[in-house]
Design a protein around this ligand. Sequence first.
Ligand code: PFF
Length: 461
Amino acid sequence: MSSQRTSIHGQWSSRLVFILAATGSAVGLGNIWRFPYVAGENGGGAFVIVYLLCVALIGVPIMIAEVMLGRRGRRSPINTMRALARDEGHNPRWEYLGWLGILAGFMILSFYSVVAGWTLAYVFRSASGMFAAMDAEAISMAFDSLVSDPERLLAWHTVFMIMVTVVVARGVKSGLEQAVRFLMPALFVLLVAMVGYAMGNGEFARGLEYLFSPDFSKLTPTGVLEAAGQAFFSLSLGMGAIMIYGSYLSSKASIPRTVGIIALVDTLVALLAGLAIFPIVFAAGLEPAGGPGLIFKTLPVAFGQMPGGAFFGTLFFVLLLFAAWTSAISLLEPIVAWLVENRGVNRIKGAAAGGGLAWLLGVPSLLSLNLWSDYTLFGKGFFDLMDYTTANVMLPLGGLLIALFAGWKLARAASEKELALAPGPVYEAWRFLTRYVVPLAILLVMLNVTGVLAVLSGMGR
Ligand code: PFF
């Protein structure tokens, strides 16, 4: 019965297109902008190991579960969860999982678009050749001057949000396929080339050591939470983006193999970004814990020095922009699909409404970097709060609920059938991870941090 549902929004033309779209969602600013700066703030190696463990043991099983639920429900995450809960005779309030995802999607898209706006600005900055004459300090200052200018930030944020809205309004499939088929491989090749440059010109050995030789004394409980949060953010998990893409997947495609490819590519891109960036950080005497501006302060140093730097720099930021674009599209899609299903609007109106609201929410984010920088909560401005809360609280919570539903509420026969796996080691491993390891790990990671915070606030009294 339920496996015969079809999506009113259409279907991917092949499994390859799904892989491309989901990889497009996963690979984005999270890999190239966020991974290096969060790893840098958490001391490097030990963080990276925990991150890799989180990808393999938590991320992959949840991604399999998310694609599976999406394909079985064939609707927006809210309606999918309600339908599946009903099918299985459970409380339809599981749809709140979908609502949590919609909220997280708005919040992520709002600051994501601001950072994508920086990328847009850097396309033009590279093309103008401005980095050629600058040293690392001048390049840092150039970034700070962009971020302290609310009007410029607003303009770039607006341009990017319009780009996202237009593609989603036209339907995700038509525009996305071309973008991902050519530009993702190009980004990959360019990143490899950047690592090659860092090998020859940066402090490569130090960068390698920083990323891969773990010093667990540098890892705090918050660092562990951030590693888990980074895994969710980078793989686009816990908010329904992968679920909605799964709802457009043909019933014949094998989910576990597909997910393996996506997770592998996503992880490789993050590691390559780290390998390209940290050698330059050290060679230029910059701080690994430089915060959200890290890649914008380091890569232009390399582009300023290498032959053909204006060309390669422009190319790099254009490709990063496309990576951000395909990710942002997947953030807006679940919202628009729900508006189309439940509010009877067409995609154009749905995309305009969703994109407009996310744009509005982005405004306090960009103001918190300059005019409103004095307003903080828990020591964080609005931008940092959005980034931190979505990745480290909302996505893991969404992932926990997805694992609980897929592992405990969905009948075994149903998941066996959807995953097209006969009872065997792969299925059993997925089921064991999803039922026990994932929920326990997420709870432990979250409670540990809460516990430490409680102790700290107790000490402060
Ligand atoms: N995975 C994207 C990235 O790494 O840039 C960001 C993202 C997209 C997060 C979609 C969450 C999501 F649902």
